[in-house]
Ligand binder design. Structure first.
Ligand SMILES: C[S@@+](CC[C@H](N)C(=O)[O-])C[C@H]1O[C@@H](n2cnc3c(N)ncnc32)[C@H](O)[C@@H]1O
Ligand code: SF4
Length: 423
């Protein structure tokens, strides 16, 4: 039974029509098979990622939900500690979250955590199942201390796709300092339990990865963390630079620095040898600094404008349903427990923000962000080629007329791109 049929049976025809209306308004005489809608949405999302207009054609393909803003650890660098009282703790309502279930069919990534520990939410697996019931992609990040046999069983039953486990050091003392309230011995035992149970069930999910926040305290732990990943049969480790929330703590940062680059190189070399994927995820190291992105990236040529995959494709949702374009924004763009996500996604505030980026006039929240994309000739060529390939992969499952409609849309975008380049 298709997702749309299920909705129809539950008498939710209005919601289904609302989603379809977005496509219909963009593609006249819309008659696509409903089962291909998520893939058509992917195609439209690729056109959106050309960043050619302030309106998004596709429904969001990526979500981040702050399901838990509650934690039993006290990691000293976490904004929960550094901002203290400002952080309002709480748990997201599963009932409200479920009202959005239909949208997850279009999501290619739904992050379920927040500034807290997701496994402390008594309904956490209900969130995962809501996403998985419609074939969405569900991911989370955990401190891993609550991975008991029972929790592991629930986790594997839920169908969670991706589990990121935070480990900042192998050395017990450094670990105990950075992940205050946790201990590395228990954590390793928990991860081993998880991996054993996955094997016993013959399950590849969830894909487990390690996340390590690097600072002056654990810079030298990087190679040991790669070795630990190997020992725990974890295929990927993501190092990230510590976000320093207050200028007086700047000395704790090691990014950017030669020492950090050298250690990352060593970790990556070791990763290659051991068959572990070692990545670096850049986060704004000093949120109070207002340096422009080109100074960071070393770009000399003025770009045609900026795009951002998050602003064109993703929604960041706070505990109470408030929507922001991403975690760096303080402004609220709507509330998705009160208003539909697709309405918020193209409201005047969102469109104005996209327009601002396109004109190269960066809003303060975007300054210094690694997600920014410079819209260049080569970038547009690559995205349009990807969209063309995606369209051809869809061809056998849609009618000729439908194929031609999407092809015309692609031609329209190519012509918009041409006009920008030739300006
Ligand atoms: C906020 S936590 C929430 C999930 C869970 N409690 C955990 O620790 O994995 C998500 C990730 O953010 C990282 N993080 C926390 N504070 C950070 C900071 N100041 N800079 C960079 N990453 C940070 C954590 O180490 C963790 O990997
Ligand atoms: S476990 Fe996660 S949410 Fe809790 S204090 Fe540490 S980093 Fe923050």
């Amino acid at each position: 039974m298709t997702f749309i049929n299920t909705l129809l049976q539950r008498g939710e025809k209005k919601k289904e029509e609302r989603i379809l209306a977005q496509y219909m308004s963009e593609i006249p005489e819309h008659k696509f098979g409903l089962d291909t809608l998520p893939e058509i949405n992917d195609f439209l999302a690729l056109l959106d990622s050309c960043f050619l207009q302030p309106r998004a054609l596709a429904l969001p393909t990526q979500y981040s939900f702050a399901v838990s803003v509650l934690c039993d650890l006290k990691c000293p660098y976490c904004p929960r500690q550094t901002y203290g009282e400002i952080i309002e703790s709480g748990l997201m309502s599963i009932k409200k979250f479920r009202t959005l279930a239909e949208y997850f069919k279009f999501s290619r990534y739904t992050g379920l955590f927040g500034l807290g520990e997701p496994l402390l939410h008594p309904e956490f697996f209900g969130f995962v199942k809501t996403v998985k019931n419609v074939n969405g992609y569900a991911a989370t990040s955990t401190h891993g201390m609550l991975l008991s046999e029972q929790v592991i069983a629930q986790l594997l039953d839920s169908g969670l796709d991706e589990l990121e486990i935070s480990i900042d050091a192998v050395n017990p003392e450094i670990f105990g300092f950075l992940r205050a309230g946790a201990d590395i011995k228990t954590l390793i035992k928990n991860i081993q339990l998880l991996q054993t149970e996955k094997k016993r069930r013959g399950s590849r999910r969830p894909r487990v990865q390690i996340a390590s926040v690097i600072s002056v305290y654990n810079l030298r732990e990087m190679p040991a963390l790669v070795r630990l990943a190997k020992q725990l049969e974890v295929e990927k480790i993501v190092f990230t630079n510590m976000i320093i929330t207050h200028p007086e703590n700047k000395h704790v940062s090691v990014y950017p620095s030669g020492a950090f680059s050298r250690m990352l190189n060593r970790a990556q070399g070791l990763g290659k040898k051991l068959g572990i994927e070692v990545c670096f995820f850049y986060q704004k190291p000093y949120p109070w600094q207002r340096k422009i992105f080109s100074e960071i990236s070393g770009a000399t040529e003025a770009p045609m404008g900026y795009g951002c995959p998050l602003i064109w494709r993703s929604l960041y949702v706070e505990l109470n349903g408030d929507v922001k374009p991403c975690c760096y924004f303080e402004e609220v763009f709507g509330n998705c427990f009160e208003e539909s996500p697709e309405r918020i996604f193209n409201n005047p505030q969102f469109r104005q923000l996209r327009q601002q980026l396109l004109s190269g006039d960066l809003p303060q929240s975007c300054v210094d962000c690694g997600n920014l994309v410079k819209i260049t000739d080569a970038y547009l060529d690559q995205k349009l080629a990807e969209a063309e390939m995606r369209l051809h992969s869809l061809q056998s499952r849609i009618t000729e007329k439908e194929f031609n409609q999407l092809k015309n849309l692609l031609a329209e975008f190519s012509s918009m791109a041409h006009n920008i380049v030739s300006k």
